[in-house]
Design a protein around this ligand. Sequence first.
Ligand code: C2E
Ligand code: CA
Ligand code: CA
Length: 716
Amino acid sequence: MPLAPVTRERPIVLHVDDDVSSLLMAEGTLEDAGFEVIHAENGLEAIEQFEKTSPDLVIMDAVMPEMDGFESIQIIRQSARGRHIPILMITGLDDLDSITRAYEEGATDFLTKPVNFHILPHRVRYLLRSKSTADELRSSQERLDNAQRIARLGNWELDLRTGMFTLSAVARRLIGLEHLDVDTKFEHLIGRVNSSDRYEVESANSQAVESKGSCSVEFRTAPDVDNEVLNLRMESETVLDEDGQCTHMLGTIQDITERTNAQKQIHNLAYYDIVTGLPNRAFLNEKLNYNLAVSSRDRSKFALLFLDLDHFKQVNDTLGHDAGDLLLGEASARLQDAVRDHDSIAMMSKESSAHTVARLGGDEFVVLLSEIRREEDAARIAKRISELISKPYKINDVEVSVTTTIGISLYPNDGDDAETLMKHADIAMYHAKEQGRNGYQFYSREIHDQAIARFSLEKELKTAIENGDLHLLYQPKIHLQSGRLTGVEALVRWQHAELGLVSPADFIPLAEETGLIVPLGRWVLIEACKQMQEWIRRGMGEFSIAINCSTVQFVRSDMQELIRDAISISGLDPGMLELELTESLLLKDIEEGIEILNNLKSMGVQVSIDDFGTGFSSLSYLKRLPVDKLKIDQSFVKDLVHDKGDEAIVSAIITLSHKLDLTVVAEGVETLEQADMLREFNCNEAQGYLVSYPLSPAEFEQWLANRELDIHRKAS
Ligand code: C2E
Ligand code: CA
Ligand code: CA
């Protein structure tokens, strides 16, 4: 955009007149006053000179041959350079028509003949000065227009007395009123506001007028021809006259579409989960607090359902994360269906029927039932959720099944703040899982107490591991025919300060669930290996040491590395070490089971299957598994003498094991009859109270010494 030209040191005046004497007289005074003068003798010549010299001002006679002054002005005004140039017209003294015409064609001012040449330079100087003021004004207007265009900000003005409404070009464009450039009314602007925002905009403005203040309002435009909708922000202010009456409103309109979109995006990222599109934890928290406020005001009830998908991890591990995400998406949709259920909505009042299904992360979801009348309402929806979730899924053409376990807490019974309600629903879910998955459970005081007891036990077990409050007992195993000691099994004990001796049957499952089994298992293995190495050092004979390994240990830690550590720390020959594994580990995935066993065996470690017969393994699996030993579970041994069925099972296990070259150990042998029968069946080894209770190292050493004494006595 051209700015005002730098004023010349000697401004150029183009003087047009067919009266040469006039030209000459004017030239003298003008040049003396510091102007450079150029002459033309008619309108046509004037145009030529104008183009050539680009003067700062034109003095134009009206009546001339060839082309008169009026026509010449008209042409000059049409050119870009001539649009704003001051033109002084010379007309006859009493020729009013000419004066009017001169202005119409674009003259800036006029002088009548005869011209007073003394005042001419003053007139010229005055015109040039007002021209430069006008130039400055124009360029500052241009700058303002540019700034508005760049900022996408327009302004408007409303004369409240006349209703005259003016808009800047940008304002006009933003609001979509470009086509309407004359006689625009404030109503036109209102008409372009999106109908849903219109009331707000109108009332904000009329309130501003009423209070003689200002207002600021954001709104969307009505869709334009291209269906585009802008987000605009309008600020307006009232202008008062001396009497304090509102006469005008001044306002701005700014395009905030980009900012609004960015804010929306930020909002979505902050409040929604990307995988499922469900509200996330932050959203839930806000909704929950809102519900708390509403329900405490209305004395109404609501329910919080905390749920996760049972065995979701398995789907993720076997089919991959993408499949896992698909499953989560599908499960989310079913959750939403479950709460959208007709009769569940029918029981809600209209206002609060907005239930929320949120994803907390992983496979954890929360359903907030905004208003319920009775516990049963929540139970009914929980049941419906269970049913819907457990229907089979088709993920990448693979049929998958998952179930869900749900914990429920109720407001106000189970807590009156968000954190407590969430915690209690979580505790209830935990309890439901313990009772077997795929069900729901309401929170209750008893559950809470159990959970607290568990949590504190968990904490104590952790310190017990750290403080060395655990110790090992060793239970001997003997060869059934010779009575010779073949090995000992390490069994962990926890001496609790208040509870006394805690059974591993109680704390091993807890350790497995919490992951504490990893440090616990590590301690047991190293401790047992050191003890065994100590016995070997003292020449106490040839027997092996057996250690129980939990399935969870294999999943959560690198067992091979752990065994290598234990062997190098203790210096024990790995051939003396025996690991007792349960069937569940080996049968979860038979190929993986075989790989685990091969790895262990390649280290020289012996492997036995513990509690055999209690799992699901069929004997046919056994021949594929590279194991050395099999321990018949004590439940079969217990009734062996009186129960024909158990007798048949035990003898079959022994016969088959021998065909597979496996050594068979009977667990829980308590009586001589049992031992006799097992011996008859050719069972290799026995372990149980008949032989010995689990013993401390010192007791075991004593037991062994007495036994050797016995054997010597018998021999001699
Ligand atoms: P398990 O591996 O089947 O161990 C045998 C259990 O039977 C031991 O119980 C033992 O004291 C008991 N027992 C031995 N002889 C007899 C008998 O004649 N009659 C009867 N009724 N019981 C007998 P304990 O020590 O209470 O251990 C229970 C379970 O805890 C073990 O079952 C094992 O699965 C687990 N466990 C014990 N120590 C460890 C350990 O260090 N690590 C792991 N992962 N698990 C362990
Ligand atoms: Ca065992
Ligand atoms: Ca066992």
